[in-house]
Design a protein around this ligand. Structure first.
Ligand SMILES: *Cc1c(COP(=O)(O)O)cnc(C)c1O
Length: 242
C-alpha cells in the first residue's frame, strides 16, 4: 500500500470511528450515517488513493472537474459521486449526465433544467434541497432564516416534487463558519425542524436525508441527526488550489 493510501486510510477510519461514537452518544445506529469524502480540488491520484483507502462516496463541487474525475475513474471502482456545490444552470447537463446524487439543489430554475437533461439522459437524479439558515449573502440555498416564513417555501417544493426525473430525498445546509464546532449546532437543529415542517406539509414526500457537517463540525451534526456528513480536509488534507 502506498504512503498516500495509508495516510488517507488512517484518517478515513478515524472519521468513521468518530461518527460511530457521536451516533452512540445520541442513541442512533452508526449505520444511519453515510460518509461523503470531499475531493474537490484534489488530484486524480488523491481521489484514487481515497477509493483504495475505502471511500464509498465521493463529493465534488465543480461540474467539469467532477465529470473529468468520474470519466477517468469509471473502470476503476463503483463509487458513488455526489455534487455538493452551487451549480450554474448552464452546467446542469453535466450534473444530470454524470452524478449519482445532488446535495445542492438551490432553485426551481436549476431543478427544471436538471429535470429536462435527466429526461434526455434517461436518468433519475436523487436531490437534496439546500437551505440557507444563517442568512449570509455568500451562501446558496433557499433562504429559510425566519421560521415564520417557512410556509412560503411550499410552492417551490411542490413544483420540484412534480418533476418526474428528480427525486427529493431530504435537506442540506452549510452553516456560517464558526469559531468552534458547537457554533454550528443551532443551525443543524434548525435544519431538522425544517425537515419536520416539510414532512408535515408534504406527508407523501420523502425528506429522510439530512446532509450536514464538514471536517469542522461533523460530530455535532451526527448528534443532531445527520444522515450524510461531508468531510474533506480531515481525510484527504488541505485543498489543492492551483
Ligand atoms: C468543501 C465542502 C465540504 C468539505 O469541507 P472540509 O472542511 O474540507 O471538510 C463539505 N461541504 C461542502 C458543501 C463543501 O463545499
Amino acid at each position: 500500500m502506498s504512503e498516500l493510501v495509508k495516510s488517507i486510510r488512517e484518517k478515513y477510519e478515524a472519521t468513521l470511528d468518530a461518527i460511530a461514537e457521536a451516533a452512540r452518544r445520541s442513541g442512533r445506529p452508526a449505520n444511519q450515517v453515510k460518509l461523503v469524502v470531499v475531493t474537490k480540488t484534489q488530484t486524480l491520484e488523491t481521489v484514487q488513493a481515497a477509493i483504495a483507502a475505502g471511500a464509498k462516496i465521493l463529493g465534488e463541487n465543480y461540474p467539469e472537474e467532477g465529470a473529468m474525475k468520474i470519466q477517468s475513474l469509471e473502470n476503476f471502482s463503483a463509487v458513488e459521486w455526489h455534487m455538493l456545490g452551487h451549480v450554474q444552470s448552464r452546467k446542469a447537463q453535466i450534473v444530470a449526465q454524470r452524478f449519482d446524487f445532488m446535495h445542492s439543489l438551490d432553485s426551481l430554475k436549476l431543478a427544471n433544467r436538471l429535470n429536462r437533461f435527466c429526461g434526455e439522459a434517461g436518468r433519475t437524479l436523487p436531490v437534496l434541497l439546500e437551505f440557507n439558515l444563517g442568512g449570509e449573502e455568500s451562501k446558496s440555498g433557499w433562504l429559510a432564516v425566519d421560521e415564520a416564513n417557512w410556509r412560503e417555501l411550499a410552492s417551490e417544493v411542490q413544483q420540484i416534487s412534480a418533476l418526474a426525473n428528480l427525486q427529493i430525498r431530504g435537506l442540506m445546509t452549510m452553516p456560517p463558519l464558526g469559531a468552534q464546532a458547537e457554533d454550528s449546532r443551532p443551525y443543524f437543529q434548525k435544519l431538522r425542524r425544517l425537515q419536520e415542517f416539510l414532512k408535515t406539509q408534504f406527508p407523501q414526500l420523502n425528506f429522510d436525508e439530512l446532509s450536514m457537517g464538514t471536517s469542522a463540525d461533523f460530530e455535532v451534526a451526527v448528534e443532531e441527526g445527520a444522515t450524510l456528513v461531508r468531510v474533506g480536509s480531515a481525510i484527504v488534507g488541505p485543498r489543492q488550489y492551483k
